[in-house]
Design a protein around this ligand. Structure first.
Ligand code: NAD
Length: 409
């Protein structure tokens, strides 16, 4: 089942429950615009390389389109569309005035040097600058992209449209970025992990956590939870996975990864296979890498009590059903990882007001938004006797549906 079939299934389940007509469901699922462009560039060795770039603009009923930009070899149109729809429900769920979009380039960034990465990014902006912008569609970092890439996007966009820092978020703090944006998704994941454990009367102190993916989201979530007493017992990335049942020293591990590029062969640990990582006995499993990693094959063997979806779309619907039968609680992606887009919104607000917030204000506002969305989702799940994913979709789709109906066609 593709990522899009998964997200569509969750949508239809919620929309049917809300009694939305078939026509309304079709309207809400159909993307408003899909852009697919050739990104051709000269590599440093003089050869011409051709990449394919995508931007899918799903729904702007509640405001300008918003969504990350992913550089990954497996990026395709279907995946980008599914991620764009997730952004629509996510921005509505945390109640920020945006619609949903997503973009990507099919590329293995490990094979590019920094000047090639910069040229690739600038060429992509050349192709899409007329469909993005501060009131149209605002990209942000995702897998394979970072603050530096966002700085190049801003700079290239400004060559066409003049000074416009709000055209992209996740920029470096020294260049119109927001304090707290880099840590925001991981912080939100950590915060809501604690909220869920509290609701379930579980002790955070010593709670065993396993994290797949040790990039931006995985490292900040690990640090947040480690600092508050949880025990990070296993982590993995694209190159390998490790475990230490006594708990990993997270700050030291992050320092190691910064130097070595991977968690692989970290001294205070033993290796585990990528598949075993997901099957470790623990209280909380946090997939924070790619989509589709929890499947009907491995779901029966997962030994976690809670799954916090830091990655987008990590769980196949069949696996979701198995987790429900096994009473494993899943905190869905559109809620768990919404911290990033929330602070992106704060960055956009600061850029437009030319007024910088300090880190304490960013963190306070983020924690408030995330806690509010969690509380509403939890309460709806309890009242309607549905799981957290369905409750989150009901809230998100409900808000987009009402905005669409009020605005009219
Ligand atoms: P990143 O590129 O910083 O890190 C990704 C990590 O996953 C790296 O450690 C990489 O080695 C690992 N990885 C990649 N492929 C893997 C595989 N097949 N198996 C195991 N590990 C693998 O990316 P990120 O920004 O941390 O994003 C991670 C996930 O979180 C993505 O699904 C992304 O869509 C989602 N997300 C990110 C943000 C954000 O603000 N960065 C916001 C919302 C959602």
């Amino acid at each position: 089942m593709s990522g899009r079939e998964s997200t569509d299934r969750y949508f239809h389940e919620a929309a049917d429950m809300m009694g939305l007509s078939a026509n309304m469901q079709r309207l809400l699922l159909t993307p408003e615009r899909q852009v697919k462009v050739q990104v051709a560039m000269k590599m440093d060795n003089g050869e011409i390389a051709t990449f394919i770039g995508f931007r899918v603009q799903h729904n702007k009923a509640r405001g300008p389109l918003k969504g990350g930009l992913r550089y990954h070899p497996e990026v395709d149109e279907d995946e980008v569309l599914s991620l764009a729809t997730l952004m629509t429900w996510k921005t509505a769920l945390v109640n920020i005035p945006y619609g949903g979009a997503k973009g990507g380039i099919q590329v293995d960034v490990r094979k590019l040097n920094p000047s090639e990465l910069e040229r690739l990014t600038r060429r992509f902006v050349d192709e899409i600058h007329d469909v993005i912008g501060p009131d149209k569609d605002i990209p942000a970092p995702d897998m394979g992209t970072n603050a530096q890439v966002m700085a190049w996007i801003m700079n290239q966009y400004e060559k066409y449209h003049g000074f416009n820092p709000a055209c992209v978020t996740g920029k470096p703090v020294e260049l119109h970025g927001a304090d707290g944006r880099e840590e925001a998704t991981g912080r939100g994941v950590g915060l809501l992990t604690i909220s869920l454990l509290e609701k379930m009367s579980e002790d955070l102190n010593g709670a065993r956590i396993v994290i797949q993916g040790f990039g931006n989201v995985g490292t900040f979530a690990a640090r947040y939870l480690f600092e508050r007493g949880a025990k990070i017992v296993a982590v993995g990335d694209a190159f390998g996975a490790i475990r230490n049942p006594d708990g990993l020293n997270v700050p030291d591990l992050i320092e190691y990864v910064t130097k070595q590029g991977s968690v692989k062969e970290y001294p205070e640990s033993e290796p585990v296979s990528a598949e075993e990582l997901l099957l470790q006995e623990c209280e909380v499993l946090i997939p924070a890498a790619v989509g589709g990693v929890l499947t009907k094959e491995n779901a029966p063997h997962v030994r976690a009590k809670y799954i916090i979806e830091a990655a987008n779309n990590p769980t196949h619907p069949e696996a979701d059903d198995i987790f429900e039968e096994r009473n494993i609680i899943v905190l869905p992606d559109i809620l768990a990882n919404a911290g990033g887009v929330t602070v992106s919104y704060f960055e956009w607000v600061q850029n437009r007001q030319h007024f910088r917030w300090d880190l304490d204000r960013v963190r306070d506002e983020l924690d408030r938004k995330m806690s509010e969305a969690f509380a509403r989702t939890w309460d709806l799940a309890t009242t309607k006797k549905v799981n957290l994913r369905l409750a989150a979709y009901l809230l998100g789709i409900g808000r987009v549906g009402r905005a669409t109906a009020l605005g009219g066609i």
